[in-house]
Every structure is written in C-alpha cells, then in structure tokens.
Design a protein around this ligand. Structure first.
Ligand code: ASP
Ligand code: MG
Length: 410
C-alpha cells in the first residue's frame, strides 16, 4: 500500500462531469489499496474570472484582499469533489490550505510555503478517508489567507507529497506528459518516459508550461517522484526524478522555445568599469527581468551591449534605456520585438562534447542566423528571428535524432 498525491488542474475539474470523472479515478486508486490525498485547482477559467472582477473595481486591487478572493476558486472544487466522492460511497473530507496549516510567508499573490503541519491530513487518512486539499493557497503566521502565484496548485501538491513523505505525486493535466518538443510544432515529438528535475526546471523556465517552476524546484529539493499524466486518457505519463546514468547517455532530452522575448541594444557605450551596472541597474530597479546579456567590445574603446527581456516589458525597458543613453552619451539604442529563443536541454551535455556545435551546424544548414547565444551546464539557448521558430525547432529535433525515441522517449 502506497500513499499517493493526485493533483488535478483546472480543465480536469472544469465541469460537474469532469469532477465526477476525477472522483471515479480517485476511487479506483483507493480500490488498489492506496491512500490518496487529492489536490485540486479552481475550475478552469475561474481564477481569471475572479481576477477580472477585482480589476474592474480597482486599478491595483489590494493584494491581501485579492488572495481572499482568489482562494475561493479552489474552495469550490474541494467541496464539490468531496461531495462527489461521498455520493459515490467513498468517505472523504476537504480542507482549505489554512485548515491543513500550509504555512507561507506573507508575500500576497506570490507567497512561498514555509511549513506544512500534516497531522490533520494523517489523522483523516488513518480513518480511511480520501483527503481533498485546496491547491494554490496557504495561510501566513498572522492567519491571513495567501496564494502561491499562478499555477501554484502544482506546488501545493509537491509540498504535500514532501510533508507526508508520499510515494509519488501524480499531476493530471490536459497533456499526457513532457515531450521532446512542442508537438504542435514537431508532430514527431516523443513523450519522455523520464526526465531529471534539473532538465525539467530548464524546460519549464524556457517556456514549457506543463508545471509551475517552483513545484519542480520543490520536488528536486525533497526528491519527490513527480509524474505528469493526462486526466483524459490512461498512460504512464512522464516521471520527473533524480538524474541517473541512462539519462546522461542521451545527447539531449528536449527542445524548448520561448516566443515572448524581445531584445534591446545600446550602442557606442564608453567602455569603462561599471558600465554594465549603469545600464542594467535601472532596468532591474524597474523590476524588469533580464535574461540573456551579450557585450561586444569595439576597437575604439566603446562597446555595444545587448540584452533580452520579456516582450511585455519591452516598451518600458526601451524608455529606460533611452534615458540611460542620453545620460552616458552612448551613440544610440535599437531593439527588436520579433525574436524567439530556442534551447536544447539535456544532462548528457555534461559528458558529451560538441553538442553546441552540432546545434549551430543544424541551424546554419537551414540558413538561420543566430543573434545571441547563452549556455549553462545542461542547456544551450539561441535567439533567432521569430520567423525561424518552427524551422529551427524542427531542424534541431531531427539533428539530435529525437524523433527516433532517444532518452527513453516513445
Ligand atoms: N487556480 C490557480 C491558477 O489558475 C492555481 C492553479 O490552477 O494551479 O493559477
Ligand atoms: Mg496548472
């Protein structure tokens, strides 16, 4: 007998029919002899609907009150699911985040979990009940309701799994696993059987939106075996787990892409100590996240600096950069919103040489110009013109033989 955490996202509980289907699935797991803790999201679209209501009333709604509002979405689904389970003859009890003492810091709308007191859940499980916990929410030290940021129910599920030392945390979504590339771009993409926490973290931060990034960090830290599965069809999904030898044998595990990037360049900057800080400091002060940074040194003691930001931040970043340009007497500023980032990810890079050059060759063979490059131990990213997104992703997918089911995919 195992203890299994099952998490169901918004589309999986989006209607009464779907909630009944979830109840059936939970009962099947119970019948196999396992204890089950279920974590649910709000019904699909509900969190957006609540946010829109608040935004209709206030330009910047108070964050504490936003959390009181947003937490109601998940409270609806826990109650409905517990009612469905009981209706089908399965004893069940629902708890809000505060009731199971998911203790967070006080950073409203993006709180972090500090501690979980799992005693109440354990007690209910010992009575043979299915425990249904509201995702996405917690309570701070002063008893205020908090929420964990969009997609935060994933993190609730992983945190519950860690606190209860569960055998597995199964996240049911509308996709049946993690793929070697976005199947909408690469029809031959394969579902990965397994992927390491670190690779999944890179994939998630590079644009694959299957799991909340923080949930993957959490799972890695506490070694929670995390599985992504479809709630609509049966199948083994993708297991996210500790790295092992087999994973390292593959050259790369997958191709990720991010469409919503933009780049800005400041030209003819006097090349002297502190200049990067002078340029990027005001950008950071405006809370704009900078991703890649490239600095080029010219012959005349001046330099160009290019960096990328999220496309939504482009206009603000441009304004700030123009101001800096005037202040330091740089030659000028340019920018481009029509860029994308394509990345190859894999722990195999640690033990195989020549992966980056194979990537560059594949892109060159297609006549794709690389505008920027950045690397980490298990990833190489390039910025290219957005018109090359599909072509680039497909070229890389085939250059690394991912359609053949590398890395245990398929
Ligand atoms: N309901 C929240 C959201 O839509 C949390 C979640 O679904 O994980 O972001
Ligand atoms: Mg989600």
């Amino acid at each position: 007998m195992a203890l299994i955490i099952q998490k169901f996202g918004g589309t999986s509980v989006g209607s009464v029919e779907r909630i009944n289907a979830v109840a059936d699935k939970v009962i099947r797991t119970r019948k196999q002899g396992h204890d089950v803790v279920v974590v649910v999201s709000a019904m699909s679209g509900e969190t957006d609907r609540l946010l829109a209501l608040a935004n209709d009333i206030a330009h910047r709604p108070d964050r504490r009150e936003l959390d009181v509002l947003l937490a109601t979405g998940e409270q609806v689904t826990i109650a409905l699911l517990a009612i469905a389970l009981r209706e089908k003859g399965q004893d069940a009890v629902s708890f809000t985040g505060g009731q199971v003492r998911i203790l967070t810091d006080s950073a409203h709308t993006k709180a972090r979990i500090m501690d979980i007191d799992a005693a109440r859940v354990r007690k209910a499980l010992s009575k043979g009940r299915v425990v249904v916990v509201a995702g996405f929410q917690g309570i701070d030290a002063d008893g205020n309701i908090t929420t964990l940021g969009r997609g935060g129910s994933d993190t609730t599920a992983v945190a519950m799994a860690a606190a209860l030392k569960a055998d597995e945390c199964d996240v049911y979504t509308d996709v049946d696993g993690v793929y070697t590339a976005d199947p909408r771009i690469v029809p031959e993409a394969n579902r990965l059987k397994r992927i390491s926490y670190e690779e999944m973290l890179e994939m998630a931060s590079l644009g694959s939106k299957v799991l909340q990034i923080r949930s993957v960090e959490f799972a890695g830290k506490y070694h929670v075996p995390l599985r992504v599965l479809s709630s609509f069809q049966d199948g083994p999904g993708t297991l996210i787990t500790d790295e092992d030898k087999e994973m390292e044998q593959a050259l790369i595990s997958g191709i990720a892409h991010a469409k919503d990037e933009a780049k800005l360049t400041i030209m003819g900057v006097p090349d002297r100590p502190g200049i990067a800080y002078t340029i990027l400091g005001p950008i950071a002060d405006a809370n704009i996240e900078v991703d890649m940074i490239v600095q080029n040194v010219g012959a005349d003691n001046s330099t160009d600096l290019t960096f990328t930001v999220h496309r939504n931040d482009y206009d603000r970043a441009m304004e700030i950069l123009q101001k800096t340009c005037r202040e330091i007497g740089a030659r000028g500023v340019t920018g481009d919103k029509r860029i994308v980032k394509i990345s190859i990810v894999g722990v195999g890079m640690r033990s195989h040489a020549g992966i980056a050059s194979r990537m560059f060759k594949a892109l060159a063979d297609e006549g794709i110009n690389i505008q920027m490059i950045s690397t980490s131990e298990i990833k190489v990213s390039v910025v290219v013109d957005e018109k090359y997104l599909e072509l680039g992703v497909r070229a890389l997918h085939s250059a690394f033989g991912l359609e053949k089911g590398a890395n245990g995919a398929g």
